[in-house]
Design a protein around this ligand. Structure first.
Ligand code: BGC
Length: 459
């Protein structure tokens, strides 16, 4: 009789434990359909006159009532603030499909994210000024599209009150204030910038607009980066808070602020113990519940806590906890994507990550298990984003539409676009056809285009 292979037995037993721990991340088609239905309920609440106040998914008006026609011309500036980067662009729209972009990224120093409004907006104005000098634009009178990737209550295209901070920001003196006015004050304080008009938009709106410039069927925008959010073109008659509904254009882009989906407990039926811990330890407990399950700022921490569970169960790394792995946020989305990028059966990159975490001797089984954990978590993210997008595809109701997608997770995480597309295909009813297109330089370009079409309208 052949001797039993104990090593293989241990590998399989450990894998079973890891799979068991990851099981709550693996959801059925039926569950994703339920998420889709719940999201629709929340969209309606957000748009409703009497339900908006209490709604988690706020569905803010953007006052973008028309998407670009493709006829926009001229030179426009864009300033975009999202996670760790402030991006300034100059877009020169020269004709059909013909444009020139110059751009520069500025790292946002971590201390600025928690500083005062005055320092924070001075920093943004400084980025603008550096860019303008570098590209010799001092003598141009430019309009600016300001992409502000945080929840804004807008009362027009040129007024946006910050409702709350997300994604690790907590600058004092901004919540409740018009961010355009604060930027304008900083520009006046400098005295060296000549900017005509400023319009404001969310980065999802930017992604949709830049996509719509090339594809007239674009009706939905999605951003999956350090945060996550969606926007879509809604019929004005359904926007109950829009006083002019019916009098003007029949549609308006709605910024869903989907990251807050689940703040009222709607997603508790799928949240894992790890999701609850991530929320409890975060900067904004109880807020951005959906975002904390899907976006780049949180996926690494979900993976780290799941790995801790597997180690504690004795199924990985001989049950030993290193100092590094015990450090909150030590595991980043970048590590996860490197691990998932490595060919199955190859272990060099995963071992390097383990070494960084203080583990010198790891087995192939440990590496396979870590890859499994990352894939369970990233797949849930793509599926949950697909569920909300599927809801929007059916809500817009066009026989064919295009979703403009952008954000570092969408662009760089291995297999993310195909996971998203495949799940969408499963969820959306067969009579609706769609494509997901990457919005090239999405929000920045979109902001400049919006500044251009707004200027055209004013003339
Ligand atoms: C913000 C949204 C933004 C999204 C993606 C979220 O945290 O609330 O406004 O669109 O991140 O950047």
């Amino acid at each position: 009789m052949p001797k039993p292979d104990f090593t293989q037995y241990v590998i399989e037993a450990n894998r079973r434990i890891v799979k068991d721990i990851c099981k709550p991340f693996i959801l059925s088609d039926g569950t994703y359909k339920r998420i889709m239905d719940l999201f629709l309920v929340d969209i309606k609440k957000g748009l409703g006159k009497y339900t908006h106040k209490k709604a988690s998914v706020k569905c803010y008006m953007t006052f973008v009532e028309k998407l670009p026609s493709g006829c926009e011309r001229g030179k426009f500036l864009s300033l975009e603030l999202s996670g760790d980067v402030c991006r300034v662009l100059c877009v020169n729209l020269q004709g059909d499909d013909d444009f020139k972009i110059e751009w520069q990224n500025f790292d946002v120093p971590p201390e600025i994210k928690v500083d005062t409004a005055c320092h924070f907006f001075d920093f943004l104005a400084q980025c603008l000024s550096d860019f303008i000098v570098k590209y010799d634009l001092q003598y141009d009178e430019l309009s600016l599209g300001f992409t502000f990737a945080f929840p804004l209550k807008q009362t027009s295209i040129s007024k946006g009150i910050l409702v709350k901070w997300t994604k690790g920001y907590k600058v004092s003196g901004v919540v409740g204030h018009d961010v355009i006015a604060l930027l304008q004050e900083a520009i006046v304080r400098r005295g060296d910038l000549s900017i005509n008009d400023i319009i404001i938009l969310n980065n999802t709106t930017g992604a949709l607009i830049s996509c719509a410039w090339k594809h007239k069927e674009a009706k939905i925008g999605v951003l999956i980066s350090s945060g996550c959010n969606m926007c879509y073109l809604e019929k004005s008659k359904h926007i109950q808070l829009f006083k002019n509904a019916g009098n003007y254009t029949p549609t308006m882009v709605i910024n869903c602020e989907a990251g807050a989906f689940g703040n009222d407990g709607a997603l508790d039926f799928i949240r894992t113990s790890v999701d609850f811990t991530v929320n409890k330890n975060s900067m904004y407990p109880g807020q951005q519940i959906y975002e904390k399950m899907v976006s780049g700022l949180y996926l690494g921490e979900i993976a780290r806590l799941t790995l801790l569970d597997c180690i504690n169960a004795g199924a990985m790394l001989k049950g030993i906890l290193s100092k590094e792995i015990l450090t909150p946020t030590a595991f980043k989305i970048h590590d996860m994507s490197q691990i998932e990028l490595e060919e199955p059966g190859h272990y060099a990159i995963t071992r390097k990550f383990f070494e960084k975490m203080g583990y010198k001797h790891t087995t192939n089984g440990d590496c396979d298990n870590l890859r499994y954990i990352c894939s369970a978590i990233s797949t849930r993210s793509a599926n949950m984003v697909a569920a909300c997008l599927a809801c929007l595809v059916e809500r817009v109701g066009d026989p064919y539409l295009i979703i403009g997608a952008d954000g570092s997770v969408y662009r760089s995480y291995p297999h993310y676009p195909s996971l998203l597309r495949n799940r969408l295909k499963k969820l959306v009813r067969g009579d609706f056809k769609f494509d997901v297109v990457q919005a090239e330089d999405g929000s920045g370009q979109g902001a400049a285009l919006l500044a251009a079409s707004t200027k055209k309208k004013k003339k």
